[in-house]
Design a protein around this ligand. Structure first.
Ligand SMILES: Cc1ncc(COP(=O)(O)O)c(C=O)c1O
Length: 390
């Protein structure tokens, strides 16, 4: 059987490595696993969205093919949502496409914008799909390390002058960095100067613990250089529903529409209608979620205080990005927590070389499990530097 090189050389989904280790532990009889590695919202989709889906399933129009770029009702709702929440005006016909979630938006955007050999720049650590999407487009993946001293923001001066596409993500998975509007303005300026395109992944739009993350499109002239990708997965607990959208520059949106119509076809009309209900709601649900996650952040903070370890407090997104004790690699330390405390975490290295030295702990976990995990770390005194015997 011939398998395409494109697939054989795809970066391995590193998250599967954790799943394998967890499976091994469960097979050995462990019954008390706590998985802090998860990126899947633990809560239910709210009832008003579920009710909307139930009603919409019955609608005849939704049982057939829908428009390739999204139902008109969805495109109009997205425009209203951006106007109301971000004060950004969008033309539903030319500046918006609905997609099956942010991952599809990312892969479609990169493949619509990049030719073989062109340079795709990301800040490192990064969400792994960026690397896979670049690989599929035969682009040159160029991660640039970011540092805690710079609040994990990619330094403008570090962006190579021959960049073709810059992928940004604020609030950031995994670092929790958020970007002020002035930062986006600087990005727009350098993108215009050096003639590159910007794609902003806005998957954690509602989770800013100090201040609300602004939209990239709020920066003056942002629409001249790029697009933003929005996801309903985290905002409305709709990760399994697969609904998101790409908004911004009309020429880019036209290219994505052309690509998307061939590769991804269209979204189920009932899912689209339910997403419209979510977008046109009063947004009390995402606000409520932010408070729930803030409470969990405080639980982590209390746990780390008890451990006598300074927590690296995220400004946004849904993870604690914590340095590992001296002497361990991120994967060694994650293995130690799994083996000694039966607690799974994500090794930072899974998010690129720039993630080495950190682990990622999720806020999408039941309160009691967070407390229990930190109690186990304390009981076994696991957050200690490795003793190296010479
Ligand atoms: C930064 C980032 N982008 C995109 C996604 C995927 O979003 P979606 O479920 O809309 O495909 C995630 C999911 O965890 C993410 O962390």
């Amino acid at each position: 059987m011939h398998i395409a090189d494109r697939v054989l050389t795809l970066p391995q989904n590193k998250f599967e490595r954790i799943d394998d280790k967890i499976a091994k532990l469960l097979k050995s009889g462990a019954k008390d696993l706590i998985n802090l590695g998860k990126g899947n919202p633990d809560g239910r989709t709210p009832d008003f969205i579920l009710d909307s889906l139930h009603r919409s399933v019955e609608v005849k129009e939704n049982q057939g093919y829908t428009a390739f770029s999204g139902k008109k009702s969805a495109l109009e709702a997205i425009a209203k949502f951006y106007q109301k929440n971000y004060d950004v005006a969008l033309d539903p016909e030319t500046e918006i496409i609905a997609v099956h979630g942010a991952v599809v938006g990312l892969v479609a955007a990169v493949n619509s914008l990049i030719d073989s050999g062109q340079k795709v720049v990301v800040s490192d650590p990064y969400y792994p799909t960026y690397e896979a999407a670049t690989h599929l487009a035969e682009g040159i993946f160029t991660p640039i390390k970011v540092a805690s001293e710079n609040d994990f923001l990619l330094k403008i001066d570090d962006i190579p002058t021959d960049t073709d596409l810059l992928l940004l993500n604020y609030p950031s998975n995994p670092t929790g960095a958020v970007a002020p509007k002035a930062y986006f303005s600087d990005i727009v300026e350098v993108a215009q100067k050096n003639n590159f395109t910007v794609v902003h992944d806005f998957a954690y739009s509602n989770i800013g613990f100090e201040a609300r993350q602004c939209s990239f499109l709020q920066a003056t002239d942002a629409k001249k250089v790029g697009v933003e990708i929005f996801s309903t997965s985290k905002v409305y607990n709709m990760a399994g529903w697969r609904f998101g959208f790409v908004v911004g520059n009309a020429e880019i949106i036209a290219a994505i529409k052309r690509y998307h119509a061939q590769y991804y076809s269209m979204i189920f009309g009932a899912v689209s209608d339910a997403a419209v209900t979510a977008l046109l709601s009063d947004q009390s649900f995402p606000k409520q979620q932010l408070e729930l996650y803030r409470k969990r952040l405080n639980l982590y903070q209390a746990g780390f205080n008890k451990l006598g370890v300074e927590m690296n407090v995220p400004k946004g997104a849904l993870y604690v990005w914590q340095p590992v004790p001296k002497g361990y690699t991120s994967e060694e330390f994650a293995d130690l927590l799994l083996e000694k405390a039966h607690v799974a975490v994500m090794p930072g290295r899974f998010f690129g070389e720039g993630g080495e030295g950190y682990i990622r702990l999720s806020l999408m976990i039941d309160d009691a499990e967070i407390v229990e995990a930190l109690n186990r770390f304390a009981a076994k005194d696991l957050f200690r530097d490795k003793i190296i015997i010479k």
